[in-house]
Design a protein around this ligand. Structure first.
Ligand SMILES: NC(=O)c1ccc[n+]([C@@H]2O[C@H](COP(=O)([O-])OP(=O)(O)OC[C@H]3O[C@@H](n4cnc5c(N)ncnc54)[C@H](OP(=O)(O)O)[C@@H]3O)[C@@H](O)[C@H]2O)c1
Length: 345
C-alpha cells in the first residue's frame, strides 16, 4: 500500500464570515457604535444613511474606510444590497418608523433602546419584523461581566438575592447637542433614556417584576427628570432604582444576598470589574471572563452577528418578550408619574 500524501491541489483560503453593517443616523451613539465596530471580528462598517448628505459623508469619512458608502437618506441605506443588518440609532420616537423601513427592505435590525415609546408600539415593531432578526440594543445584557454575574446569581453561587440598588444619572445640558433628551416630541425623559438600564439590570438579575411604584420630578414640558422606583420581584426580592437628568449620580449598583454583597462600580451598566464580599469575609474582585470589545458596544454587535449567522430571529440575551415586558413596566411607571407622549394617545 502506498503512502498517503497530502492533496496537491491548493485549498481555497478560508475567509472569515463577515457581517456588513448599515448605520441609520449620525448622532452620538451612532458614532460610538461605528467606532466600536472596528474592534469586532467579522464586522464591516459598510454604509451609513442620514437625512443629510453632508452628515453621511462626514460620518463615513471620519469613521469608515474608502469602501464605506454614505447614503443621503434612510431609504437609500436600507435599499443598499451590500448591507446585511441595519443599526437604527435615531431618537426613540422614530424607531418604529425606521425599523419598519429596514424590514420592508428585508433587513434584520438592531434597534437602539428604548425600542419604542410604549409597549403597544413595541408589539407593532416586532410584528413588522416577522421572521427577520430584531433586537433592542440593550448592550448591557451583552457585556461579558454582566453576563457572568447573572450566570453566577442564577446558579446560586452568590446565595439568594434579596435586595438590589441601581442608579444611572447625568447632568444633561440644555444645549443643541442634547436637544433630543429634552424634547418631548422625541420621547425625552430620564426613565426612557437612562432609567431603562437600572430597570433592565433588576429584571435580568432578579427576575420578573411583581409590583412597581414610582415618584419623581417633572420638567415644565411634562417630561420626567428625576425618578425613584421601588419594586418587588416575583421571587420576593426588592429593588430600589433611581435615574436623573439633573444630577451627577453615583451610577453604581449592588445586590445583597443572604450570603454577602455584590458591588458594581460606576458605570455599573458596563462595569470594569465587580466585587463580591461574603458575609464576614474579604472582598473578592471579579473580572470580565472574556474580552470587552471596544467600550462593550462591540460585544453587542458581535452577539447580533452570531445570532444572524445562527439563523435566529431574536436574541437569547435580549429576548423580545423581555423588551416588551420592560416597555410595559415603563408604561406603568409613566402613568404613575403623569408622563404621556403623543404615541400614547
Ligand atoms: N446604547 C446607548 O448607550 C445609548 C446612548 C445614547 C443614546 N442611545 C439611544 O440612541 C438613540 C439616539 O440617541 P443619540 O444620543 O445618538 O441622539 P442624537 O445624538 O440626538 O442623534 C440622533 C440622530 O437621529 C437622527 N434623526 C432622525 N430624525 C431626527 C429628528 N427628528 N431629530 C433629531 N435627530 C433625528 C439624526 O441623524 P441624521 O441627521 O444623520 O439623520 C441624529 O443625529 C436614542 O434612542 C437613545 O436612547 C443609546
Amino acid at each position: 500500500m502506498g503512502l498517503v500524501t497530502a492533496p496537491t491541489t491548493p485549498t481555497t483560503p478560508r475567509t472569515p464570515p463577515t457581517t456588513r453593517w448599515g448605520i441609520l443616523a449620525t448622532g452620538k451613539i451612532a458614532r460610538a457604535f461605528a467606532t466600536n465596530l472596528h474592534e469586532v471580528p467579522g464586522a464591516v462598517f459598510a454604509a451609513v444613511g442620514s437625512r443629510s448628505e453632508g452628515s453621511a459623508a462626514a460620518f463615513a469619512r471620519d469613521l469608515g474606510d474608502e469602501a464605506t458608502r454614505a447614503h443621503p437618506s434612510y431609504d437609500a441605506l436600507v435599499a443598499d444590497p451590500d448591507v446585511d443588518v441595519v443599526y437604527v440609532a435615531s431618537p426613540h420616537s422614530l424607531h418604529l418608523e425606521h425599523a419598519r423601513l429596514a424590514f420592508a427592505a428585508g433587513k434584520p435590525v438592531l434597534c437602539e433602546k428604548p425600542l419604542t415609546l410604549n409597549r403597544e408600539d413595541g408589539q407593532r415593531l416586532f410584528a413588522s419584523a416577522g421572521d427577520l432578526f430584531c433586537m433592542e440594543a440593550m448592550w448591557m445584557a451583552c457585556h461579558p461581566l454582566i453576563r457572568d454575574l447573572r450566570r453566577r446569581l442564577l446558579a446560586g453561587e452568590l446565595g439568594t438575592p434579596r435586595q438590589l440598588h441601581a442608579d444611572l444619572g447625568f447632568v444633561v445640558p440644555r444645549d443643541d447637542e442634547s436637544a433630543r433628551v429634552w424634547d418631548p416630541a422625541l420621547g425625552a425623559g430620564a426613565l426612557l433614556d437612562m432609567g431603562i438600564y437600572p430597570l433592565t439590570f433588576a429584571r435580568i438579575m432578579l427576575g420578573p417584576f411583581a409590583e412597581v411604584m414610582a415618584t419623581g420630578d417633572l420638567a415644565e414640558s411634562g417630561i420626567d427628570i428625576d425618578v425613584v422606583v421601588a419594586a418587588r420581584h416575583e421571587s420576593g426580592a426588592v429593588s430600589a432604582l433611581t435615574t436623573s437628568m439633573t444630577a451627577t449620580s453615583p451610577r453604581t449598583a449592588s445586590i445583597a444576598t443572604d450570603e454577602g454583597t455584590l458591588e458594581l462600580p460606576r458605570p455599573f451598566h458596563h462595569p470594569p470589574y465587580a466585587v463580591w464580599t461574603p458575609t464576614g469575609g474579604d472582598p473578592q474582585p471579579i473580572e470580565p471572563p472574556s474580552p470587552v470589545l471596544g467600550t462593550g458596544l462591540g460585544n453587542e454587535a458581535a452577539h447580533v452577528q452570531d445570532c444572524i449567522r445562527d439563523g435566529l430571529t431574536e436574541s437569547p440575551l435580549v429576548p423580545r418578550a423581555q423588551t416588551l415586558e420592560l416597555l410595559g413596566v415603563m408604561d406603568d411607571l409613566r402613568r404613575q408619574l403623569g408622563v404621556r407622549y403623543a404615541a400614547d394617545a
